[in-house]
Design a protein. Sequence first.
Length: 214
Amino acid sequence: MNVLTDNFSTYGKGFLGTVELTVYASLLALALGFLMASFRVAPVASLRFFGTAWVTVLRNTPLTLLFFAVLLGLPRFGLVLPFQLFAVLALGCYTSAFICEALRSGINTVPRGQGEAARSLGMTFGRTLSAVVLPQAFRSVIAPVGSTLIALAKNSAIAGAFSVTELLGTYRTLSELGYNIIWTFVWIALGYLIITLTISALFHLMEKRWGVAR
């Protein structure tokens, strides 16, 4: 226990850093995921192409490489931001590709006739998608989206290699101070377990309340 009690503030900063990364990157991933899913089913060919390219590139790019591209590449073009914000961009954009595909699979479960009925009433594509299709699609993909955000929380550990304060990065500080590396990682693992179980419980409640009965 002394590894935790003697370094509670260090663990606390790392834990809060991971929570912040997870929350902000999740919000960005959900927003971009919804947008790209809309693009992928849009009647405009250029939007479908952009959505497909976004998903194809990001899903097939290693996350570490994306971190290098964002944190080290963007400053070369004059975009200088805090490293934490760069990490949110990398995590959010990467995860949005998986959110997009989960939502698109949900959209495909919505009967085509509902969209046609909405359009026959004079609703635009955007209105049909936001008011009729996406709410039903999200109900059927709550569990996959939750699993994707849990993966995001664990992927945030990569940010520690780029001078971003997060939970896994605390091991370097404690290792330099001579603490037992095994117990250092035990408490780090417990911190990640708390975060992932919280996300899992939240989406379980959402699925019970709004999910499609199976």
